[in-house]
Design a protein around this ligand. Sequence first.
Ligand code: SF4
Length: 287
Amino acid sequence: MRLFTTANTKTSKNEIHTLVLHLAPHKLAGIGNICPAATRGCIASCLNTAGRGKFEGVQTARIKRTLLYYQNRTIFLAQLAAEIHEAREKNGRIAVRLNGTSDIDYTGLKLNGQSLFEMFEDVTFYDYTKVYKRFLQPIPKNYHLTFSYSGETDYYKGKAGEIAKNVLSLGYPVAVVFRNQLPETFLGYPVVNGDETDERFLNGSVIVGLTAKGKAKHDTSGFVIEEPRETYERAAAGIAGAVVLIAFVPYVVLCHEDATDTQILGSIATAVTTLAAVLVVDTITGK
Ligand code: SF4
């Protein structure tokens, strides 16, 4: 059984030859949790079952690799090293994504006293991670990390936006899954199309926009972000409706000869309350 694959829809778009390691995500192998910061939304929408992942044989292989990772770490790391060495000999410059469907910190895993990053200093390693603390500790210079954002309210206790901005200010990209189309900016940073290539190591402080695919299309957890332009459109429509009400209701009352001050004030209060209600609903549905 080989550990790496090159037949990945996303990494095959990379210009550089890319190896990707797919394990059985989260607790799927029944032996431990290889996605320590996984959320309800990302577990349900995980790309593990996308593409070739829909085949039973592929799922079985991912579980076997995960079992090897837990049961014989030395053999697991030795085989990773042998396959990286082989691919480098054959292709020259290569990239390696160790966490195709997992979120393991490989920086502390050593074989004969060396990590994979130390063994292969001329290889570009890269990963996506949901573990914020990995950006706050030393990262090997040939290892590039991208923070995976989620809008779920319980993800980092609702502070994912602040954390993402910290990551961006440190010079790393943040990956965000959007419902339909990509906005131009998010969290105040430009959005690049992350579906065109998986070469995240070319990105600095940008939002890597990904469109929801497969199971993620049906996500309601907050993991997938509503396209902000839709939110603005909803808000604009609500505000326009409220403005009409504000202008129209007092106008009707004022044009009525018998309107009293109380009636006029009452109609204005109704219009203002309507405006406030529309804005509150827009804010809630726009999140
Ligand atoms: S952390 Fe990543 S690999 Fe793990 S379950 Fe979530 S989306 Fe899948």
